[in-house]
Ligand binder design. Structure first.
Ligand code: 6PG
Length: 467
């Protein structure tokens, strides 16, 4: 009964996470219905007094010290509820269940209330960083029951990624704050991935960069202000040889992107909150368009495309670097704006600077840029939109001519860059003191007497148009 930490779900993430816990001198016990996963963990763990596992639930629960700390790393959805139900008869009052998966935030709120009634603690915690992150140090985003989190804190702080020695984990706020922040993290992840793929497309089609050259460009960018995990792995991807043919693997992969739903949830919820996140929306839409492969192939035959315009390699690389940097900033700006609003709406009490800080290492969207973002929110904790931070004005301004040129060039060449275009249009709209939506108000009042406000006097007005 002396194991410090229990983990349910010994898939890739679970196995890596539990080994990380054991490396950090906590005794960890795993549970999975699949005996093969159980024996694989025991074998890899080496010392059964440090890390052990079972397919028997009562052995699992019985091995843990109280209050038991049991983390679930199972697919989001019904399985989480099923695992909770199966654990219930074995648990004691005060035990703690942590959901480390990408659960939808309202599910977390429901589960917390349900388990509270039974005298159990439950909280949701985002975990980012993929398999390697889980093994060597993920970014961890816990929320919910603070008292329960305190019991788990030493373990999470030990296993989390470190940024200059600081653990990339922090208690984020009450209720489902942890899962919500992780959801938006994933929305930003979708946007950054879409933007990277657009820049790749342009470099390849308009300046004929080879995979070796693409590797060089992305790895040199990764040494500069674009330094980030996604740029780093992108540079590696171009070098990977295919096992089955002589080609590079990236050229043999079908252009249909899958998704598990977190990006879509981010967009859906942003709509509910009335917060525009068009670059995230566009990233979701592009995965959907990518899935329509058969129709795309037919449509491609029906329409002529403009001849792709060519441009000097060095010139396009310089434009593309600025365009990517600008649109990464805009992706964070939109996602963080959504978090600021969600914090008010759902009472999450989020500390935006702290969120940027725990994203600086371990997670998929980690990037050098996040240190500047953390500073901007620290300087002004009430900041809602990064574009309003004085420290960002100069760096955004400096990229703009290149962004406009890149978008115009792509449009003339028929290369789709909707993510980049959405970021630029969002920027142009957000920085316009006057938009043409006075006309929309006039139309609404014309056809439906929906009324309008005026620029020169207070009040609500209606006009009998054309009268
Ligand atoms: C992470 C990732 C991870 C997510 C994958 C796949 O932070 O480690 O966000 O949680 O599962 O990114 O997501 P999609 O299948 O939706 O692309």
């Amino acid at each position: 009964k002396d194991f410090d930490f229990g983990l349910v779900g010994l898939g890739v993430m679970g196995r890596n996470f539990i080994l990380n816990v054991a490396d950090n001198k906590f005794k960890a016990f795993g549970y999975d219905l699949d005996p093969e996963k159980v024996s694989a963990l025991i074998e890899e763990g080496g010392n059964p007094d440090q890390v052990n596992a079972t397919s028997d639930l009562s052995t699992f629960v019985g091995a843990l010290s109280t209050p038991r700390k049991i983390m679930l790393l199972v697919p989001a959805g019904k399985i989480v509820d099923q695992v909770i139900e199966s654990l219930l008869p074995h648990l004691d009052q005060g035990d703690i269940i942590i959901d480390g998966g990408n659960s939808f935030y309202t599910d977390t709120d429901r589960r917390e209330a349900y388990l509270k009634d039974k005298g159990l603690h439950f909280f949701g915690s985002g975990v980012s960083g993929g398999a390697k992150g889980a093994r060597r140090g993920p970014s961890i985003m816990p929320g919910g029951d603070k008292e329960a989190y305190e019991h788990v804190r030493p373990i999470f702080e030990a296993v989390a990624a470190k940024y200059k020695g600081e653990p990339c984990v922090a208690y984020l706020g009450p209720k489902s704050a942890g899962n919500y922040v992780k959801m938006v993290h994933n929305g930003i992840e979708y946007a950054m991935m879409q933007l990277t793929s657009e820049i790749y497309d342009l470099l390849k089609k308009s300046a004929d960069l080879s995979n070796d050259e693409l590797h060089e460009v992305f790895s040199s960018w990764n040494q500069g202000r674009l330094q980030s995990f996604l740029v780093e792995i992108t540079s590696e991807i171009f070098l990977q040889k295919d096992d089955l043919t002589d080609a590079r693997l990236v050229d043999m992969i079908l252009d249909k992107a899958k998704q598990k739903g977190t990006g879509k949830w981010t967009s859906q919820n942003a709509m509910d909150l009335g917060i525009p996140v068009p670059t995230i929306d566009m990233a979701v839409s592009m995965r959907e368009i990518s899935a329509l492969k058969d129709e795309r192939v037919k449509a491609d035959e029906l329409y002529d495309r403009p001849a792709v315009q060519h441009i000097e390699k060095a010139e396009l690389i310089e434009l593309a670097e600025k365009a990517l940097y600008f649109s990464f900033i805009l992706s964070y700006a939109q996602g963080l704006n959504q978090l600021a609003e969600a914090s008010k709406e759902y009472g999450y009490e989020l500390n935006m600077s702290q969120i940027a800080k725990i994203w600086r290492a371990g997670c998929i969207i980690r990037a050098g840029l996040l240190a500047d973002i953390a500073d901007a929110f620290e300087a002004n904790p009430g900041l809602t939109n990064l574009l309003l931070a004085p420290s960002f004005v100069k760096q955004v301004q400096e990229t703009l001519p290149a962004v406009r040129e890149t978008v115009a060039f792509a449009a003339k060449s028929g290369v789709p860059v909707p993510g980049l275009f959405s970021a630029l249009s969002y920027f142009d709209a957000f920085t316009s003191s006057k938009l043409p939506l006075n006309l929309i108000q006039a139309q609404r009042d014309h056809f439906g007497s929906h009324t309008y406000e005026r620029i020169d006097r207070e009040g609500i007005f209606h006009t009998e148009w054309g009268a």
